[in-house]
Design a protein around this ligand. Structure first.
Ligand code: AMP
Ligand code: MG
Length: 487
């Protein structure tokens, strides 16, 4: 392990010690004139880095890949994935893993540069990224973190001083992404496709050691690994649903083994409640629509289970049975996390059988009357119903009465109910029009003040403070929002 004095990089690169087939040693391609666009001081501190030393020209050179920090061991990871249902060999085509930073709390974090140039996995791509999408990932990933949702984080964005060619010419940028790891379902699909069971086992043991050390000594540790990943993903996707987050591209290469949200491409938050909401321009079938996310989560985990079959049992028929049993738990696990979260959103501490109907009746009214998802729960929290599309609708008045009768059947005080609701219903989410406005000011005019203010507001989503008020408004334009994958 090497410790660099000034910047406090403290790398220990276990992934680089895996069998060679899992990666390709690859350096970032240096860029013209790196400049820090944004830097996450707090995250840097929590990683044990010297924020002051990194929020500099030297830091910019590092986050651009022009300067390799001491102790780093840059590599591009190999992986595969099912993209919109179809298997493909992939790999980091525009990213390099610098290494694993060991934090002062002895936690291990992948430090990855995204947009760092071509790699052996780039296929036809240029290996680069544009400033807008990298700032967008920064905003949304940090907002997700503040919402209490497991996610990769964003440490810095640098501009490269080089253009990237998309539909038009755009300023190039590199994002420094921080993750519990970049192991994906797709990493296992890659190993399974190579067909070397020993290497697959090495990968599974590595994942267990890194993310699920508690199961290391289990007799059926690979079955336990499957179970644990299913649990984390069920919880994660329930959390997405509860805040109205749409990932947009839930391909298996974008599903982490750690249970963190990863790869903020065409993702967006839903305004009006509608399970069929899709933002991504390429998702024409609605495969990754809001309401489909739990189903797709299960489908993706079935792909994960398939990769583990050779490790589950020597009799493959029996292995399939074991895997199927675990996979069939997913929807129940998901449902119970979702229900628990929904109860909290409605201030319910205990459980009653009819709660699910109460929740679903609210949601169907919201859908019918095109109510804003976040603001409806916010209005219920503060009993400001004239703020919602449901106000004055007799069906809603009846529902509201039913809800209050239900609340009165629990012992908790009005204050505790209100506290639970405030903690479970965000005041602010990164609304698309606000994100666009911040990106436009930054990318078109080099004005980062709008983005800075937005990040500040999004960093305390449950504060319900006066300064957040203006960020709660729904977009004025009725034009449907679209996101694009060509990032
Ligand atoms: P994503 O949609 O970001 O999950 O990426 C899917 C795959 O395409 C990954 O293997 C990426 O590395 C690769 N990729 C995306 N953009 C580029 C690019 N500009 N150059 C090379 N590879 C890319
Ligand atoms: Mg990806």
């Amino acid at each position: 392990m090497t410790k660099s004095k000034q910047t406090e990089w403290n790398f220990d690169n276990t992934y680089a010690r895996l069998p060679k087939s899992f990666f390709s040693d690859t350096n970032p391609t240096p860029v013209n004139s790196p400049e820090l666009a944004i830097f996450n001081d707090q995250l840097a501190e929590s990683l044990g880095l010297n924020a002051e030393a990194l929020n500099t020209e030297d830091g910019a050179a590092m986050f651009a890949g022009n300067e390799i920090p001491e102790g780093a061991s840059p590599l591009a990871q190999a992986y595969a994935g099912h993209q919109f249902g179809h298997f493909t060999m992939l790999g980091d085509g525009r990213a390099v893993l610098l290494g694993e930073q060991i934090s002062p709390k002895d936690e291990r974090f992948d430090i990855q540069l995204k947009g760092s140039g071509r790699t052996p996995f780039s296929r036809g791509g240029d290996g680069r990224a544009a400033l807008g999408p990298m700032l967008r990932e920064y905003i949304i990933s940090e907002a997700m973190h503040a919402l209490g949702i497991p996610t990769t984080r964003s440490l810095a964005v640098v501009t490269t001083g080089e253009p990237v060619i998309r539909e038009t010419e755009l300023p190039g940028a590199i994002l420094t992404r921080v993750a519990a790891s970049h192991l994906r379902v797709g990493t296992f699909e890659y190993a399974a496709r190579l067909g070397n069971v020993e290497e697959l086992q090495v990968l599974a043991d590595y994942a267990i050691k890194r993310h699920y050390p508690d199961i290391e000594d289990n007799e059926d540790r690979y079955l336990s690994l499957l179970e644990e990943v299913i649990k984390r993903q069920a919880e994660l996707i329930a959390k997405w649903q509860l805040v109205g987050f749409i990932h947009g591209v839930m391909n298996t290469d974008n599903v982490t083994i750690s249970g963190e949200t990863i790869d903020y491409g065409p993702c967006a938050f839903m305004d009006t409640y509608d399970p069929e909401t899709v933002f991504s321009s390429i998702d024409v079938q609605g495969r990754y629509a809001y309401g489909n996310q739990p189903l797709i989560g299960g489908w993706n985990l079935a792909r994960f289970a398939e990769t583990l079959l050779p490790l589950l049992h020597e009799n493959q028929d029996h292995a399939v049975e074991l895997a199927q049993e675990k996979i069939s738990d997913f929807s129940n696990l998901y449902q119970s996390h979702w229900l628990k979260g929904m109860r909290a959103k409605l201030g319910l501490f205990n459980e009653e059988k009819e709660d699910e109907a109460l929740i679903n009746d609210l949601l169907s009214m919201m859908k019918e009357h095109r109510a804003d998802y976040t603001n409806t729960f916010r209005a219920l929290t503060f009993e400001k119903h004239d703020d919602t599309a449901l106000f004055g609708i007799p069906e809603f008045t009846q529902w509201h009465e039913r809800w209050h009768v239900r609340l009165s059947r629990q012992q908790e005080s009005k204050d505790s109910v209100n506290q639970l609701m405030q903690n479970s219903n965000p005041a602010v989410i990164p609304r698309n029009h606000r994100v666009e406005e911040a990106l436009e000011a930054a990318v078109e005019n080099g004005d980062y003040s709008v983005l800075g203010k937005l990040l500040d507001v999004l960093s305390k989503p449950y504060a319900h403070s006066a300064e957040q008020e203006e960020y709660c408004a729904v977009p004025k334009s009725a034009a449907p929002y679209q996101t694009f994958c060509g990032t």
